[in-house]
Ligand binder design. Sequence first.
Ligand SMILES: Cc1ncc(COP(=O)(O)O)c(C=O)c1O
Length: 340
Amino acid sequence: MNPMTDGDGGVGNVPVGGPPRSGAKATPHEAHGAHGAARAPHHDGRPVLRVNGAAADPTALLLSPFDRGFTLADGLFETLRCYGGVPFRLERHLERLHAGAAALGLALPASLERTVAQAVDEARTSGLRDAVLRITVSRGAGAPGVAPPIDAEPTTVVAVHPLPRFAAALYTAGLTAHVATGRRNERAQTAGLKTLAYTDAVAALAEARRAGCDEAIFLDTADHVSEATASNVFLMRDGTLVTPPLSCGVLAGVTRAAVLELVAGTVLPHEESTATLGDLHQASEAFVTSSVREIVPLVQVAGRPIGDGTPGPVTRRLMAEYGELVFRECYGPGGGGARP
Ligand SMILES: Cc1ncc(COP(=O)(O)O)c(C=O)c1O
């Protein structure tokens, strides 16, 4: 029996105040009576609950239905990639998670790092080596309302998934992007935090798909290019590699930082600097960065090709150098990754 979906499984032991429908047990809601206002005399105080349409018992669920991650997106997450069973730059992701948790006043359990290490080990042992590791934390369950409960126990979920198969064309042909009608709010209290609230990104991506594009680019409220739905943006402007500064509401991407590291000290001029949509249209090339997809060429924005509409030479060079960086850190001495 699935406690998530089986109606009887959830509320069978709830004392009910009225006669059940024939052949069915009454739900607590039905026990409230036809008008719903008066409580049944021996109601035990448990809330009326249905999950996916079926009555359910909160204690039988994996996560509380009142988890604030679910009800309010009151939480944070990290997504990173494992190569040969080794997560790339896990420390940076954990640092970002801790910084976000401090900003939200969310106490992460001391055991989190150990749990992550266990999950990674289990995945590696079971042969799941090229993988996506997701760490999700929320403030935990709480009563209705926005005020953060003082005594909430954070919920943590650590999941390791097989790496999705990306079409080769993603890297050889690149992405086309739509400009989202919504904006990144660089002045939002949670700007730059990787909170669970991704509905803006979901809506922007759906809008992009309706427009026949692969991705969406957000501008900030001052009309600067900010970032894509789940990746940072880089562009070549007059021979300089430019990425929007964190003040444009962008997430401080771990991959973005790695790219800046790769170009530091090279002859390629680079800067964190604001850029307009016009700069993106006139760029000789552009790309987006994220932990799972790494560096992906961006070849078209709002129906206009960037450069000649194919992945440019700086993009291709950085893609190769990023691959070497990953190889060194994950498969090299100290990395310990199982070679493909
Ligand atoms: C909004 C946003 N920006 C940028 C990134 C890229 O960050 P990272 O390179 O750390 O994966 C992500 C990653 O998911 C993201 O969600």
